[in-house]
Design a binder for this molecule. Structure first.
Ligand SMILES: Nc1ncnc2c1ncn2[C@@H]1O[C@H](COP(=O)(O)OP(=O)(O)OP(=O)(O)O)[C@@H](O)[C@H]1O
Ligand SMILES: [Mg+2]
Length: 322
């Protein structure tokens, strides 16, 4: 089944197109998945990136969405475009600057809504407002509501230690991705190459982020399989369980899906999922290679210095821990 991602925010310049172009490149080249980018940005930043950089096999479509018309028109148009793209793709990613004229229903067309945000107070306020206006989508009881993944972008080294996501009163529960760090490389690589090939902090943090998105995709697919079998959703089985069920007003620390697994990966729920996957694969390997893999992974995750703030997701209060 095709996994559909909407990369969006109302704020300009937060890194939507940078993440979009690099994420589709990662899905196509690293994950060997058939991938389509639909660029709904009139400026075409992400599609131009893909069209000029070395070919990584992504199908690139620079299409228009009648954003200003509001109502159902953009939704019908999006549905048509998505239907066409999903026929041939494992992944369809759409790059869109959100506008208040758009109806939140559009987000139900997607499996994941990925919201990049810088971590300045002003931009977090804007992100919080955007999520607040659309909280009914993410809090919806509908089985097909999209997962919400917030990605801190353009994060400076000194901001890594901040606790901003717990202070900020976000109105909905969300998954917090590993932060993508600020670096000149991201600008230099525009239309020339990809962050996954960069060996600086930006490239490394991007890889952590991309792996987290892959982990979220796996969870969504597992959830879809579960739903198909009409099995009850187990609270800690994945991120698909309802946000309100799992996180609302929770004061008790949540049971980790990876109890006993060490390493900085446990800082985020996505990281823990990844660690669990790692632990599962370890069982299928020899004792020697298993130890080496686990050590390497812990070391690489730790060296990012993933900060305290991504340990948490908040829903109105900072009490929800995991
Ligand atoms: N991690 C990063 N480090 C440094 N610069 C970055 C990073 N990510 C993005 N940028 C730069 O920030 C600027 C805006 O990025 P981008 O175009 O991806 O944002 P956007 O949200 O798509 O903007 P718009 O709303 O205009 O479409 C660009 O100059 C880009 O090179
Ligand atoms: Mg853009």
């Amino acid at each position: 089944m095709t996994f559909k991602i909407l990369v969006t925010s109302q704020k300009g310049g937060v890194g939507k197109s940078t993440l979009s172009a690099n994420l589709v490149a990662y899905f196509s080249r690293q994950m060997q998945l058939k991938t389509t980018l639909i660029d709904w940005d009139p400026h075409g930043s992400s599609s131009n990136w893909l069209l000029h950089a070395p070919n990584v096999g992504v199908v690139v479509q620079h299409l228009s969405l009648p954003v200003d018309q509001g109502g159902n028109r953009p939704i019908f148009e999006a549905r048509l475009q998505l239907r066409h793209a999903t026929k041939t793709s494992d992944i369809v990613l759409c790059d869109l600057t959100w506008s208040d004229s758009l109806a939140g229903e559009l987000m139900f067309e997607f499996d994941m809504v990925l919201v990049p945000t810088s971590v300045s107070e002003i931009e977090l306020g804007a992100t919080s407002g955007f999520l607040s206006r659309n909280r009914w989508v993410f809090d919806s009881a509908a089985a097909r509501r999209p997962m919400l993944l917030v990605c801190p972008t353009r994060v400076l080294p000194e901001q890594l230690a901040s606790n901003i996501f717990t202070k900020q009163r976000f109105p909905v529960s969300f998954m917090l991705a590993p932060p993508v760090q600020e670096s000149q490389t991201a600008r230099d690589l525009y239309e020339r190459g990809f962050l996954m090939d960069s060996e600086d902090v930006c490239g490394f943090s991007f890889l952590q982020f991309a792996q987290a998105v892959c982990a979220a995709r796996e969870m969504r697919m597992a959830q879809n399989n579960q739903t198909a079998k009409s099995a009850p959703i187990v609270a800690n089985a994945g991120l698909g369980a309802t946000s309100s069920d799992r996180f609302a007003n929770s004061t008790a620390p949540r049971a980790s899906v990876l109890d006993g697994v060490v390493g900085a990966a446990q800082y985020s729920i996505l990281g823990r999922h990844r660690q669990r996957k790692l632990a599962e694969s370890e069982q299928n390997q020899t004792a020697t290679s298993t130890t080496a893999a686990a050590t390497d992974s812990s070391r690489s995750m730790s060296s990012l210095g993933i900060p305290e703030f991504i340990k948490r997701m908040s829903r109105g209060t900072s009490s929800a821990k995991f």
